[in-house]
Design a protein around this ligand. Structure first.
Ligand SMILES: [Cu+2]
Length: 87
């Protein structure tokens, strides 16, 4: 339990230098969609890492500070999926 807590704290302190954005993605049906959305988000300037959850219909994007979530959503929409900023 203590070890888990320490790990979480370590992760938070690393992530605090960056910006974490949660997006709700609509229209993903299969792993190819996940790959598509992930690739699309990773091409947005300033984005470092993207994790996409198919079942949950969401994406978590790590980027440098100041990247507009709207810019991420615009890219996703251009790729043909629905997108809303949830955080
Ligand atoms: Cu698909």
């Amino acid at each position: 339990m203590k070890k888990v807590l320490l790990t979480v704290l370590a992760m938070v302190s690393i992530a605090s230098a960056d910006q974490l954005t949660s997006l709700k993605i609509e229209g993903m049906m299969c792993p190819a969609c996940v790959k598509n959305v992930k690739g699309t988000l990773n091409e947005v300037k300033g984005v470092n890492e993207t994790t996409v959850y198919l079942k949950e219909g969401k994406a978590e994007v790590k980027s440098t500070d100041g990247v507009k979530p709207e810019a991420m959503c615009d890219a996703v929409k251009k790729a043909g999926y629905g997108c809303k900023v949830t955080k």
